[in-house]
Design a protein around this ligand. Structure first.
Ligand code: GLN
Length: 515
């Protein structure tokens, strides 16, 4: 049997349903692969191998029930999936990448986790991420740094870098991440895979550790577009436990994939080829757009004049929400507590001082400042008004176009440490993705080639609210006309032995937990 870890999720589904492979075989292959490459890639904070094998056993039972109907089993039955470590998982540590939550074991599943469970998914573990999802490189994690499987000296992007790297490296077939300003699309781009950020409200946020509640949205990573459609199918839809989840009906995303893009109007926002965009990125994204035209789309230029204000606006609104959302971590409810300090207020201060990393502290300070009396109107209120203008840009563009096409990230994967001392340079990684969150729109990354150094480049497609189906169809049509998704990072890259920092396994890094 060929290497099962190179299967895409729909390929695995077909083999599982035909009983040509078992869920246990598939899960074992993925766990073996994980063990072999994890010392180099370090995509996981917590592994759940035992639970995965048990779930795989259950999947085999469901698929093989005598007289049963394997076709009728839920879509993800027996498929190994990784979860970003900010989705609450019943009985399994959930840290949000922060030492302040080390040891926190939720008593319940996030809605998306419950839905994936119901769809038959096999959970292999919880993936590394920037602390509380703030970052673009996964370097702000309290649990060590994840490396890009295409080049171990480089970052996988972030904040869902662990999920993206795990999928790219074959340590799972699918993964779930979150995207507040780009954290699914940007790491997908840097790791050469598909990543979809759904419309705000399309997917429940219940049980997802909050970063910026008006922007956060969960979504899938996969090799190939079809896998992301499978995950979205399983997790999308109204949830009574999340008042911001939307009642819109969930279409059949898989059925909608074929059908082509003839006559579809694709707009190219001219402001998105920002200064600092690498020449290879611009060249490959423009070539992908030309390919969409060759496939029958009508392509035209469009202007989104408020794009320039996106970054500044995001860095008021998101930190403001952080300063409020992160107030709850004070040692009295979950995780770390400075028990050595008897005085209550001092103990809370110490807990936060010890538990939060630098970037988290920076955001809390930025946000608290922007919300403080006298500054609220000048910063926060003003930012909310500009947010409306940014949304207006998109509304106007969608009167003329069905989909917008841009680079996902202005650069390919950068070197570990390259931007950690310069927060603004790091923030600029998301300049093409942040406005999409502020307008609440869906966006997808689809690989569109490799730069001169062999690093993946991604095309971002942006859609109308709740029109993930069109995004998936455009991405699928494009993908089927290229070979990029067939290229995977070589095993040889991940067996070079000790990586950049001497192969020291991060303290608290991937541990087996079963509780
Ligand atoms: N990099 C952006 C930030 O740090 C976006 C992160 C995200 O989408 N979670 O805020």
């Amino acid at each position: 049997m060929a290497d099962l870890t190179t299967l895409t999720a729909p390929e695995a589904r077909r083999l599982l349903v035909r009983r040509e492979i078992s869920a246990r075989e598939l899960t074992r292959a993925v766990l073996d692969r994980l063990q072999a490459v994890e010392p180099d890639v370090r995509a996981f904070i917590t592994l759940t191998a035992d639970e995965a094998l048990q779930q795989a056993g259950g999947a085999d039972a469901a698929l093989g029930t005598p007289g049963g109907d394997p076709q009728g089993t839920p879509l993800l039955t027996g498929i190994p999936v990784a979860l970003k470590d900010l989705f609450c998982t019943r009985g399994v540590q959930t840290t949000s990448g922060s030492r302040i939550l080390e040891g926190f074991v939720p008593p319940f599943d996030a809605t998306v986790v419950a839905r994936l469970r119901a769809a038959g998914a096999v959970f292999v573990g919880k993936t590394n991420m920037d602390e509380f999802a703030m970052g673009s490189s996964t370097e702000s994690s309290g649990f060590g740094k994840t490396r890009n499987p295409w080049d171990l000296q480089r970052v996988p992007g972030g904040s869902s870098g662990g999920s993206a790297a795990a999928v790219a490296a074959g340590e799972c077939l699918l993964a779930l991440g979150t995207d507040t300003g780009g954290s699914i699309r940007q790491p997908a781009s840097l790791c050469g895979i598909v990543g979809l950020k759904p419309t705000y409200g399309r997917v429940s946020r219940y049980g997802m550790i909050a970063f910026a509640s008006s922007l956060d949205q969960a979504g899938p990573f996969s090799v190939g577009v079809e896998g992301s459609a499978m995950v979205l199918q399983a997790v999308a839809g109204l949830d009574p436990l999340d008042a911001t989840s939307a009642p819109q009906a969930v279409p059949d995303y898989l059925a909608g994939l074929p059908g082509g893009i003839k006559g579809l109007r694709i707009g190219v926002p001219k402001e998105y080829f920002v200064p600092g965009t690498e020449p290879d990125v611009e060249r490959l994204v423009r070539a992908a757009i030309a390919q969409l035209a060759a496939l029958g789309a009508e392509v035209g230029e469009v202007s989104l004049p408020y794009t320039d204000y996106g970054l500044a606006t995001y860095y008021i609104i998101a930190p403001a929400e952080v300063s409020s959302n992160l107030a709850r971590y004070n040692g009295t409810k979950y995780g770390l507590a400075a028990l050595d300090e008897p005085e209550m207020v001092r103990a809370m201060e110490l807990t936060r001082q010890r538990g939060f990393g630098d970037e988290t502290k920076r955001r809390i300070m930025l946000g608290t400042y922007a919300l403080s009396s006298g500054y609220y109107d000048a910063y926060y209120l003003k930012a909310q008004k500009v947010r409306t203008l940014i949304k207006g840009d998109f509304d106007r563009a969608f009167e003329r176009f069905d989909v917008l096409a841009t680079p996902t990230s202005p650069t390919t994967a950068f070197r570990l440490g390259e931007k950690t001392q310069d927060p603004l340079a790091m923030y600029l990684s998301d300049v093409c993705t942040l406005p999409v969150n502020m307008a609440g729109l869906p966006g997808i990354n689809v690989p569109c080639g490799f730069d001169g150094g062999g690093l993946p480049v991604g095309l971002q497609l942006i859609g109308r609210p709740f029109d993930e189906a069109t995004l998936l169809r455009v991405a699928y049509t494009y993908e089927q006309s290229t070979d990029h998704h067939r290229r995977r990072p070589g095993r040889e890259v991940m067996s070079q032995g000790p990586g950049v920092d001497g192969g020291v396994v991060p303290a608290g890094g991937a541990q087996e937990t079963r509780r």
